[in-house]
Design a protein around this ligand. Structure first.
Ligand code: MG
Length: 196
């Protein structure tokens, strides 16, 4: 196992061991066509896999996350982690994200966009070769991410959804199949779709 794979393995996050390599393999196929983008960066686990593809193809990964955590990461919720709380008592995953990308050697290929995906999405204009939606996991959040971001994917580009076993997310992924996307592969909870 080389260093960046070890770093991805050790980074906190919820990717199944088969999902990281699947992200990498698919992103590698399209990274020469344009930039990659992920919604939901957290501690950089998926960003390391996507940045590996970006570096192999001289592309770039935009990682959009406000880094204040999702509702399920708040104190007393199921995904809370006290390591993520800063000196002000605020949730902050950005230092962990930067450290993991630095350790993996991929900082030159990753642009952290620190902001709410809904706010950034309103102003985003750059066409994307690959979009990974793994931000808010509630119905309104995932629908907003899909509606604001998926139309930026170029024809032949890829759209990936994480956690498609969650009904609200699965519903949006199925909707995408009726709106110009075809299913390429499902790996664990990861669905990869291609834009027509
Ligand atoms: Mg996820």
């Amino acid at each position: 196992m080389n260093d960046w794979r070890k770093q991805a393995d050790e980074a906190k996050g919820w990717l199944h061991p088969a999902e990281g390599p699947a992200l990498y393999d698919h992103a590698l196929k399209v990274a020469n066509l344009g930039p990659l983008c992920e919604i939901g960066g957290y501690c950089g686990k998926s960003a390391i896999w996507l940045a590996a593809a970006a570096s192999d193809r001289q592309s770039v990964l935009f990682s959009v996350d406000w880094h204040r955590g999702s509702p399920e990461m708040a104190a007393n919720r199921e995904c809370h982690d006290p390591d993520m709380v800063d000196a002000e008592g605020m949730f902050d995953s950005l230092p962990h994200f930067r450290r993991n990308l630095y350790r993996a050697g991929f900082e030159p290929w990753v642009v952290p966009v620190v902001g709410n995906s809904a706010t950034v999405g309103l102003w985003w204009q750059t066409p994307l070769a690959f979009l990974f939606i793994d931000g808010a996991h509630d119905a309104d959040g995932v629908r907003a991410d899909y509606e604001l971001w998926a139309h930026h994917i170029i024809p032949g580009g890829l759209l990936a959804f994480h956690d498609t076993t969650i009904p609200d997310i699965n519903r949006v992924a199925r909707r995408a199949l009726t709106e110009g996307f075809d299913l390429v592969e499902q790996v664990e909870t990861l669905q990869i779709l291609i834009a027509q």
